[in-house]
Design a protein around this ligand. Structure first.
Ligand code: DGI
Ligand code: FE
Ligand code: FE
Ligand code: FE
Length: 187
């Protein structure tokens, strides 16, 4: 499958806004892959499909987690988390992508996980800093991304966890575990 074919598939599942975001993640993840030594072709494909399930029916996704996925913990921390693990499932099942590194990068793109692979870090960070993003604090993370993948991810996690806590949203334990593991590597 080439880039155009992949984009044509994913476009059918996304709004125009989400498709432009996806194009931004593609561009940024290829840049980051080249800068930090991840495989740019895998980064491109993972980025194209990272939000494949963003608009899937929530009940359908909960059922997928219950019936098909090993880790059920995503069910208890807000529906926004479902599209990442379920996206990996659908991309394998419906699109036929079976590269485990790409599937893991999709699976963990929202929460991260401790000891992320280089490709997982690239997709996680590109999703946060692609040129269309306008969060408070995103420019600081963009600057950090030029010098340190880990420091940029720590800052993105701090922003996201703070954002969730301010709104009294639940914080997924895996997100906190990702933060703790990255802080530990700095010691
Ligand atoms: O899908 P995108 O919008 O491109 O970005 P994303 O996959 O990073 O999803 C962002 C959403 O996920 C946003 O609504 C915040 C939410 N989120 C991220 N980490 C956590 C979280 N929600 C909960 N409950 N817990 C988390 O740890
Ligand atoms: Fe997402
Ligand atoms: Fe994200
Ligand atoms: Fe995204």
């Amino acid at each position: 499958m080439n880039k155009e074919q992949a984009l044509a598939i994913v476009k059918l599942h996304l709004t125009d806004h989400r498709f432009s975001h996806t194009l931004g993640v593609v561009e940024t993840s290829v840049d980051l892959a080249n800068r930090y030594g991840a495989d740019p072709e895998k980064a491109e494909l993972a980025a194209i499909f990272h939000d494949y399930a963003k608009f899937r029916d929530k009940e359908e996704m909960k059922k997928i987690v219950q019936e098909k996925l090993v880790d059920k913990s995503f069910l208890d921390y807000g529906d926004e988390l479902l599209h990442a693990p379920c996206g990996a499932y659908f991309v394998k099942d419906e699109v036929g992508i079976d590269d485990q590194e790409i599937l893991d990068a999709i699976y963990y793109h929202t929460t991260g996980r401790p000891n992320m692979t280089l490709l997982e870090k690239v997709i996680f960070l590109a999703d946060y800093i692609e040129p269309g993003r306008r969060f408070n604090g995103v420019n600081e993370v963009r600057e950090l991304a030029k010098v340190s993948l880990d420091n940029a991810i720590i800052q993105a996690l701090e922003n996201t966890i703070g954002f969730l806590m301010k709104r009294r949203h639940r914080v997924y334990p895996g997100t906190l575990a990702t933060y703790n593991q990255l802080i530990n590597t700095k010691k």
